[in-house]
Ligand binder design. Structure first.
Ligand code: PHE
Length: 446
């Protein structure tokens, strides 16, 4: 396969694309509930530490490989490994990434489908005047209805694959350029609104006053998995975006901007969600239903609640859309590299993901009691194993390839940070990121 000539048209477009990939369910749905389950501020501190020491350097490693290879992930890895005289089996890392994004997209599309359903319900004013029990049973009833869930899952996946089929410049870049600024605007509005509620001060204290006794090895492992997930690192998905990175752009600067924007969104979303949760005196440790149950309940009683709730679900939908196109891109690019047309590749990936996604849909009804592994059903499996194990393992191998195997000259050029910047990055990855990830993985799995 020859190197691709496609490029993001500007530096800003590249930053928006990577931010679009990073900001998604991880920030708005997963961050609040997982922080709620794992003790609040202490978890937040861990997560920020992992973003800085692991997520950010490994993100650079991943994009560097794509940028130097200028091919789909598997092909870039194979090409660079051959150049370095290393084993061509490094290509399999790209395949492992494809399996990871495939699993993630299969549930991602289902949960994003929930936000379509809830957006429509919020616009219709369906939650107004409902009492908490009614809203909670409404969510249960929705989960137990495979037909409604399948409809939304199908719609969301269709939206995703159409954009991906349209290509890098006409599809991915346009969507990101349009949606990302809108997303920030909506989020700021929402956070501004949260600041006027009674629970605001409690939310801030809960998010920013750590109680370190809440930290256990498992909490540390959750925080690491979350750092990878939220930055979209470890699945070779950003590697695919790196292949289209413009020639003259500093990668550390771009990656730094993305990390700041990503953590910023999580914090703003957390502040917004916990302010309403505390205003209503609810429990922050509610789990995956946190956003879908507590928010409609909380907003139902607040002035202009239906409007704010609609804004919120719109925000979520936009954010997940720009992430899901990134999840699909490496698979589509790989098939394209094998000679399939982009449209056909997008259709094939879409159908495969749709079918496996049905397992997640049915996990709430027909297959609820099918628990093949450690008592987990299909939905539990695809939401935890790829995030907490595959992403860190993938990230570790990506980092090892970039810092130890890849030809040095290529790596340095791809980082675009000069000689001392390169040495700093390499030192951090070799002696901090890789050992840290390995240690947490071992401790968490034992
Ligand atoms: N970062 C995305 C989110 O936070 C999820 C994602 C993971 C996207 C891995 C691409 C690759 O929702």
């Amino acid at each position: 396969m020859n190197a691709t000539l496609e490029r993001w048209s500007t530096r800003r477009a590249f930053i928006l694309a990577v931010t679009g990939a990073a900001v998604g369910l991880g920030n708005i749905w997963r961050f609040p509930y997982i922080t709620g389950e794992n003790g609040g501020a202490a978890f937040l501190v861990l997560y920020v530490v992992f973003v800085l020491l692991l997520g950010l350097p490994v993100m650079m490693a991943e994009i560097m490989i794509g940028r130097a290879g200028r091919r789909a992930p598997m092909q870039s890895l194979g090409h660079l490994a051959a150049q370095a005289g290393a084993s061509r089996h490094w290509r399999l890392l790209g395949l492992f990434g494809a399996v990871t994004v495939f699993c993630i997209l299969s549930f991602y599309s289902v949960v994003s489908g929930w936000s379509i359903e809830f957006l429509v319900m919020a616009i219709n004013g369906d939650f107004v005047g409902r009492d908490p029990t009614e809203i909670a049973t409404g969510f249960e009833a929705f989960l137990g209805d495979p037909r409604r869930m399948t409809f939304n899952h199908t719609l969301f996946l269709f939206m995703t694959m159409t954009v991906v089929a349209a290509g890098v410049a006409k599809g991915l870049e346009r969507l990101n350029n349009l949606l990302m600024p809108l997303l920030y605007l909506l989020l700021l509005l929402l956070a501004g609104y949260a600041a006027t509620t009674d629970g605001f001060a409690t939310a801030l204290a809960w998010l920013f006053r750590p109680d370190f006794s809440a930290i256990t090895p498992l909490v540390v492992m959750h925080a690491m998995g979350h750092a990878f997930f939220t930055l979209a690192v470890g699945a070779c998905a950003l590697m695919a975006y790196g292949a289209y990175m413009p020639e003259h752009q500093s990668l550390p600067r771009a990656a730094g901007a993305v990390a700041v924007l990503d953590v910023g969104v999580a914090l703003l979303a957390g502040i917004a969600i916990f302010s309403v949760v505390f205003t209503q005196g609810m429990d922050p440790g509610e789990g995956p239903g946190l956003m879908f149950v507590t928010l409609p309940i909380a907003f139902a009683e607040l002035p202009w609640g239906a409007l704010w709730l609609s804004v919120f679900f719109l925000l979520l939908l936009l954010a997940t859309w720009t992430s899901s196109i990134n999840l699909a891109e490496p698979m589509v690019a790989t098939l394209q590299g094998w000679g399939m047309s982009r449209g056909k590749a997008a259709a094939a990936v879409g159908i495969g993901v749709w079918l496996v996604g049905l397992l997640s849909v049915l996990s709430f009804s027909t297959l609820a009691e099918w628990r093949p592994l450690f008592g987990m059903n299909a939905f539990d499996m695809v939401t935890t194993i790829p995030t907490e194990i595959f992403l860190p393992v993938g990230g570790l191998l990506i980092a090892a390839f970039a810092a130890w195997i890849m030809p040095r000259g290529e790596a340095r050029a791809a980082l675009g940070a000069g000689g001392s910047g390169f040495l700093l990055w390499q030192g951090v990855v070799r002696w901090i990121s890789i050992p840290l990830a390995a240690m947490v993985l071992i401790a968490g799995l034992l």
